[in-house]
Each structure stands twice: as C-alpha cells, then as structure tokens.
Design a binder for this molecule. Sequence first.
Ligand SMILES: [Zn+2]
Length: 65
Amino acid sequence: MSGTCHRCAATLTGDEKAICMKLISRNTREFYCLDCLGEKLGCGRGPIEEKIRYYRESGNCVLFR
Ligand SMILES: [Zn+2]
C-alpha cells in the first residue's frame, strides 16, 4: 500500500489513508492527502477533517483506531 499522496506525493498519515478508503473506495489504490482529497471531492479539507473526527469519536469504524 502506498504511503504517499497520489497527486502531490506528501507522506500520508493512517487517518488520511483511512478516510480515502471511506470516501473513495475500500479497495482504492490511490490515496490522497487531505488537501488533495478535498480538492478532488470539491469540498475542501474542512469537511474531511470533520469526518475523520466523527469516525474517531464514534469509535465504530474499524479503519479509525
Ligand atoms: Zn496531496
């Protein structure tokens, strides 16, 4: 599994990879940093950061531990 952003080659955190699986596809081979993912989805990074926080706090997603 690649550990860098598909677009800007930034090093990714576990959270960033996890949210890519959530928002793109569980089987995605392309991972993006929050900035590039936000741009790709057209929503900016803010809502994505909120989703990460939500999944972490809800504690019921296996991708966020
Ligand atoms: Zn990037």
